[in-house]
Design a protein. Sequence first.
Length: 344
Amino acid sequence: MSLFRYPLSRRHFLATGSTALLAGTVAAPHVARAQRADFTYKYANNLPDTHPMNIRAREMAEALRTESGGRFDLKIFPTSQLGSDTDTLSQLRSGSVEFFTMSPLILSTLVPNASINGIGYAFPNYEAVWPAMDGELGAWVRQQIAKAGLVAMEKIWDNGYRQTTSSTRPIATPDDFKGFRIRVPVSPLWTSMFKAFDAAPASINLNETYSALQTKIVEGQENPLAVIATTKFYEVQKYCSLTNHMWDGYWFLANRRAWERLPPDLRDMVARHINAAGLKERADVAQLNANLQADLTKNGMVFNKPDPEPFRDKLRKAGFYAEWKGRYGDEGWSLLEKACGKLT
């Protein structure tokens, strides 16, 4: 059964019958045109071809090729084709990959303060997220990223609010996390938060998660609905608890040396198209999330929506917020609380 029934998704998101239609542009990076580009850059990400990120990236790549008159060619490598998140971040830093989109929480292994947007139960809704990430908090994070020799584009792309799936039980209260073997990305913040819930987090890269769930190495995982759908986690998970425990995005990152090699006109053009594509991807994810619960239910998932307050109280009592306030420092924490309200 296809997960994507509504009009935009029939054209833009993978349904069974659309695979052949998209095969020429989805399955492999863009084929070089006869005219050799002045700059051929690689863009890597960890999401499936069918995720809105890659659909908008392909549109963006074509627009850049056209507007630049063939001077700039962006080759797209989805689905961790160039390696795990950790491997690809190393390639980005060395310059063997010029662009990479990754969660700020995984980026925090290099830039510790980048993960601040993922503080558990901080942002109540998108009305709080976008003014913060497009405003002062996002600007502060980009300054931290710049210190690591990377360039973050102005508009962060959407990953979404993260939900908890399980093959064994729904998560209705914080007590349901006790001893729960859950896959988390390779990030100190995720591990810290689920340990505060008395769970048993295991750091596993996204491209290895389906197998870990299938073989019962872990009982569950947590991701936005769009990722749960496009990675087909519903095939190996029964329950989906709408915990909304953190909001997560994707910084569109560039290797600084590669970025500065571009002439100013191309640099401005590339930044403009990346940011515009990011805004479109945000809208796509919102539309997906509005429909996916019903579609995932038809594919066998059982949903519940827990009250967030007991989870927030558990984190507060466990000292989670106080610990991370100390790690981020007063400036970053004050910007976070300015956007989402008092946490400590």
